[in-house]
Design a protein around this ligand. Sequence first.
Ligand code: Z5A
Length: 207
Amino acid sequence: MNSKFISIEGIEGAGKSTQLAFIQQYLQQQGINVVVTREPGGTELGEQIRTLLLTPREEGMSDNAELLLMFAARAEHVNQVIRPALERGDWVLCDRFVDATFAYQGGGRGIDSSRIEQIANWTLNGLQTDLTFLFDLPVEVGQQRVNARQGDNDRFEQEKTAFFQRIRECYLQRAQSEPNRLKVIDSNQSIEQIQLQLKSILATMLA
Ligand code: Z5A
């Protein structure tokens, strides 16, 4: 079986982390070697950049600095982890990839998507996911789930509802324009119902 690159996306609280373990386990049961990783992060440098990006800072961070840090972490991640794994024939399961940048820095922050596209072309050299699960749910539901968790909010979680609305819309638009790659999962269902849907999409991919 040829290697495949799968990512999972969604607004905060959409249930990505919850379903990541399920997808990993399902693929492993099919005899597939899966490399599980995340963005921003996935390498030593990338994890340091993640801390810079997520830690709230009094002086703030410019939108361009945020965008370029996302791609700096991603360039390292692609070179050190994702491409080598795909070349070995492993599958890669990544918690967020470039769709997140279009949604958060594009939709959320308002950076022109053509600028993001330029940097993506330059740093990724054509790499794109084979399949992306978009966990979709109303922003208020995601926020309630996140608020019910313990711990401080990170720099993104401190943003207002309108920011996440724009992100959700941008994700859904991308899914509409690339329906074969981006599969929308209604995440306002039970964990078990979602898993049935995931299983059916993965089984089709494996067939
Ligand atoms: N970011 C960016 O701006 N640009 C980029 O290019 C990239 C990232 C790559 C970190 O991402 C931040 O980086 C992110 C976007 C930005 N900021 N935000 N927001 P992250 O993925 O590490 O962080 P996150 O989105 O904040 O993850 P999260 O809050 O952990 O969400 P989640 O993984 O989707 O949710 P979860 O932990 O699986 O579930 C949340 C809670 O809901 C939990 O208590 C679950 O038990 C519960 N849950 C899950 N599913 C259900 C269902 N079906 N019903 C009821 N309850 C559920």
